[in-house]
Design a protein around this ligand. Structure first.
Ligand code: HSE
Length: 406
């Protein structure tokens, strides 16, 4: 029997207990032993819950129990999660987490600590919910120089944007639904302002390029300014607005960003709707590969955590090797990245041409007299921003896509 403790009995923690129960036989076949949840740590009581008897309020019950070899951290937040994780690793216990905030902030330190103690700090569930993407980067695409990681990495914002575009719902209603479904963060600003996707692309990019990338370096914009008119323009030029998290290796270095972008129908990410997430990883030998699945929610995220628990159970006192470095990589400024931009503009096409040069996909929406929408030529973002800032006719703009997608 392999004893497991779960810290945090919220959406994901409850899912972990459920997946371990529901798939007990299949898991036992794969591990060669049975997993058993011995403790669930939470501040709250859960009267009437089937796992009520496992609840403890004292972390020391877990820490001091030599039988517990795997600890699941689904608490979220930084302070207590960091302290408990550190103590568990120092005590020779494996830790499996869904806490992207903690992994983005202290992942390097905690992985090093795990290595030093011959245990594992595993975080498959920190990015893309149930999508196996960490393992792809750590164990599958290991023959590659990774050139790009691009994805939809937040289920809540994708759910909101899809509901707005496909069902005409307003932002607040869609957000409330995402919260009711257990997709959103405790403080949903982390979703809608893009911070959650930012941490995830920082984690994935650090693994992809082999050096630590601080999420603080990543230029991040959320979806709170996206409105129904923007969505109508996007449709008119045969694109969709998606919150895209991306990092890419170019001649001048590696850059990363999170922003709502208008992506074209030729981009498979346009078909990723609702809570689904997808990640495209481009390697220099394999070309583009893509991974798709539920980006949030109890059981999908728990599935990724339990996958890590199984891996930990198979490597109880062996640190699984993977390529990572604590040395921080300095990103290239996004201002140097060349792309096309979609602009909402008050005035005539001739004024727009004076400001931006050639324009295309000129669009007028019914009921929006005096306003046009168009695409610019490909230009470095800093040049575009300087032009846009110099004119009071520019209402709003979006990044269109990659240079070659214009
Ligand atoms: N709030 C996150 C999301 C949960 O919506 O994607 C999964 O990390």
């Amino acid at each position: 029997m392999i004893e497991v403790a779960v810290m945090g009995y919220g959406t994901v923690g409850a899912g972990v207990a459920e997946v371990i129960r529901m798939n007990a036989d299949a898991i036992a076949r794969r591990v060669g032993d049975r997993l058993h949840v011995k403790y669930i740590l939470d501040l709250r009581d859960f009267p009437g819950d089937p796992n009520e008897g496992l609840i403890t309020h004292d972390f020391n019950d877990i820490l001091q129990d030599p039988d517990v070899s795997i600890v699941v951290e689904t608490m979220g937040g930084l302070k207590a999660a960091y302290n408990f994780t550190k103590e568990a690793l120092l005590a020779g216990k494996n830790v499996c987490t869904s806490n992207k905030e903690l992994v983005a902030e202290y992942g390097v330190e905690l992985r090093t600590l795990a290595d030093q103690n011959n245990v594992n700090y595993l975080f498959e569930a920190s990015c893309g919910g149930g999508i196996p993407i960490i393992r792809v980067l750590n164990s599958s695409l290991t023959a590659e120089e990774i050139e790009e990681v691009t994805g939809i990495l937040n289920g809540t914002t994708n759910y909101i944007l899809t509901s707005m575009a496909e069902e005409g719902k307003d932002f607040d209603t869609a957000l409330k639904e995402a919260q009711a479904n257990g997709f959103a963060e405790l403080h949903p600003e982390a979703d809608v302002e893009g911070w959650d996707a930012c941490r995830k692309i920082a984690i994935l990019s650090s693994l992809a390029y082999g050096r630590h990338i601080s999420y603080r370096q990543i230029e991040t914009e959320g979806i709170t300014d996206v409105d129904a008119v923007d969505i109508a323009y996007a449709r008119a030029i045969n694109t969709r607005i998606k919150l895209i998290a991306t990092s890419r290796r170019e001649e001048g270095g590696i850059w990363a960003s999170v922003a709502p972008m208008m992506i074209g129908k030729e981009n498979p990410l346009t078909a990723v709707d609702g809570v689904m997430n997808a990640v495209m990883v481009k390697g220099n030998a394999v070309g583009t590969t893509m991974y798709y699945g539920s980006g949030a929610g109890s059981l999908p995220t728990a599935s990724a955590v339990v996958g890590d628990v199984i891996d930990a159970a198979k490597h109880l006192h062996v640190s699984i090797k993977s390529d990572y470095s604590a040395e921080e990589l300095t990103l290239m400024p996004v201002g140097d990245v060349a792309r096309s931009f979609f602009v909402r503009f008050k005035g005539l096409a001739s004024d727009a041409r004076k400001l931006f040069g050639e324009i295309s996909d000129l669009t007028k929406l019914e009921g929006h007299d005096g306003e046009i929408g168009f695409l610019t030529e490909v230009m470095p973002e800093k040049d575009f921003k300087a032009k846009a800032a110099s004119s009071d006719q520019v209402i709003k703009w979006f990044r269109r896509g990659k240079k070659e997608e214009k």
